[in-house]
Ligand binder design. Structure first.
Ligand SMILES: Nc1ncnc2c1ncn2[C@@H]1O[C@H](COP(=O)(O)OP(=O)(O)OP(=O)(O)O)[C@@H](O)[C@H]1O
Ligand SMILES: [Mg+2]
Length: 272
């Protein structure tokens, strides 16, 4: 068994660090619906952590608890070794955690570039007064923001569509632009809610490659929800399995694949 502070090297040579986020006995209710029931698990620095399970299992709710967007009624979240208090939306954005959504949430009428720039908003310190009367700081920030965004556009190979309104893009590219916007925040933890849902095989391969490259080149810790088991088994270091709000499995892809509870609840049945 690994200790919380231990690190190890994966078969493909990546270093996974100690625990960066720990969920302890999390319970989340919406009125009478218990979306998450007494779940504990952790996320290690630099790992790709998958959350899987049937529809309605509570996966997206769990991502919202990790991001700090939902405050669970019971349990605690420890982030970088400290108990994390309830947060306001702007605090959620500033803690170094960025995400993409199950349903694409981009500004369809805006260009790819402008959409990605919105990922930098919370990095701007210059206020409206400064922007109007003292241009220096605002201008310097604009230049720095552009540099980060240009690097991401290159990285995700979307130079040719930078001026295209997002509404005109095919689905697979919209998902890539959403990833770009999340990366623009330079997150240390990236949360992806079904980044490959609705994609064809080729689009899935591209997205898998980009997720691996982000993890490898930027050292970004990634938690993702995904239904395609081939993708999950290929990408992730460890997998949490949820069913009806409960955790029914947790371990390496191989451990999870051979877990009878997981096979009975999820892997044995057809799903999208
Ligand atoms: N904002 C909300 N208000 C009320 N109930 C909610 C809300 N969000 C989720 N739920 C309920 O909580 C349960 C878990 O939903 P959640 O979206 O987290 O599941 P999921 O595993 O992401 O499912 P899917 O695979 O369909 O995306 C469901 O019963 C859902 O109806
Ligand atoms: Mg969901």
């Amino acid at each position: 068994m690994l200790d919380a502070s231990d690190s190890y090297v994966t078969e493909d040579g990546r270093t996974i660090g100690g625990v960066v986020m720990e969920m302890k006995n999390i319970t989340l209710r919406f009125g009478g619906v218990v979306a998450i029931k007494d779940i504990s698990f952790d996320i290690r620095q630099g790992e790709i952590r998958a959350i899987i399970g049937p529809n309605g299992a509570g996966k997206s709710s769990m991502l919202n608890v990790i991001s700090g967007f939902y405050n669970p009624q019971e349990g605690q979240v420890f982030y970088k070794g400290k108990l994390r208090p309830s947060m306001r939306p702007y605090q959620v954005a500033r803690q170094g955690i960025a995400r993409t959504f199950q349903n694409i949430a981009l500004f369809e009428g805006m260009t790819v570039l402008d959409n990605i720039m919105t990922g930098r908003l919370h990095h701007s310190k210059a206020n409206l007064f400064e922007q109007a009367f003292w241009k220096g700081r605002a201008e310097r920030e604009e230049v720095a923001n552009r540099e980060v965004v240009e690097k991401i556009i290159d990285f995700l190979e979307i130079q040719t569509i930078r001026k295209t309104p997002v509404g005109r893009l095919p689905y697979g590219l919209k998902k890539r632009v959403e990833l770009a916007r999340a990366l623009a925040a330079e997150p240390s933890i990236l949360l992806l809610d079904e980044p490959m849902a609705g994609m064809n095989v080729e689009e899935k391969e591209d997205m898998s490659r980009f997720i691996l490259d982000v993890n490898d080149e930027f050292g970004t810790t990634i938690a993702l929800i995904e239904h395609d088991m081939g993708v999950v088994m290929d990408l992730s270091d460890r997998v949490v399995v949820m069913d009806y709000g409960k955790k029914i499995g947790d371990g390496t892809p191989d451990e999870v694949r051979n877990n009878q509870d997981v096979i009975d609840a999820y892997l044995g049945v057809a799903h999208d």
